[in-house]
Ligand binder design. Structure first.
Ligand code: DC
Length: 229
């Protein structure tokens, strides 16, 4: 029997470091396929924001863990777009700052934080077709995903994209600060012992440095068609 029968849910895992193009590509792909898109980074960002707002240190487990049980992180879809709620408050726009990026990466090291969010991610993925992006989706969250993609781009290009994104969000970021922040996050995300950022053995590696978004989306779509044949 065809593993990818038409009535079976389609699960696509996209991983990679900050600025590799994950969210732009995953969002566009999900829209084209008319399936759900789940940005898991937004959940870690919501945890990071909660810790910062409480005046605590995201890098200190003793500051983070006591708050975790009282933290309600939820994802809702509003007009087809993902919204993230922290204790009933929509924080979708608040989580896109540089400070929250660093806090998200710091809290993401803690297995307790990851387990809480991974449960939610698996629950969302349990009965729908979707594109999920993050750092550990192909290796840990959804090891049986139908399609696994690992996106990369040169550090220079990733810094440029992140700089542009922050500018578009009304911030005035310093290019060199972003370069350092990305390098720090790469280190943090790749070196943690629990579910680090890593390409799954069966993931297709795509370097997006010199590729247009549509080119990558089409490449992944082509892969799905081949798999479904
Ligand atoms: O994708 P992003 O830049 O919004 O993610 C923010 C941080 O959250 C990232 O630096 C590491 C963490 N993260 C993670 O550890 N695992 C995921 N699946 C997604 C994000």
């Amino acid at each position: 029997m065809n593993k990818y029968a038409a009535n079976r849910n389609l699960v696509i895992a996209i991983d990679g470091p900050a600025g590799a193009g994950k969210s732009t590509i995953a969002k566009k792909l999900a829209k084209k396929l008319a399936i759900l898109y789940l940005d898991t980074g937004a959940m870690y960002r919501a945890v990071g924001l909660n810790i910062l707002e409480a005046g605590r240190d995201p890098a200190d487990p003793l500051d983070v863990l006591p708050l975790l049980d009282h933290m309600d992180i939820a994802v809702r879809y509003e007009n087809g777009l993902q919204a993230v709620y922290l204790n009933g408050r929509n924080v979708t726009d608040k989580i896109r700052t540089q400070q929250v990026s660093g806090a998200a990466s710091a809290v993401a090291v803690l297995p307790e934080v990851r387990k809480k969010l991974v449960n939610l991610q698996r629950e969302i993925a349990s009965n729908v077709s979707l594109v999920m992006d993050g750092r550990d989706i192909g290796t840990y969250v959804l090891p049986n995903a139908d399609i696994k993609i690992f996106l990369t781009a040169s550090p220079k290009e990733r810094t440029r994209r992140r700089w542009k994104e922050l500018r578009e969000n009304g911030e005035d970021p310093d290019y060199d600060d972003i370069r350092k922040e990305i390098a720090e996050r790469d280190r943090n995300d790749s070196n943690r012992s629990f579910a680090p950022l890593k390409k799954a053995e069966d993931a297709l590696l795509i370097d997006t440095t010199n590729k247009a978004i549509d080119e990558v989306v089409n490449e992944i779509e082509g892969l799905i068609q081949v798999q479904r044949r």
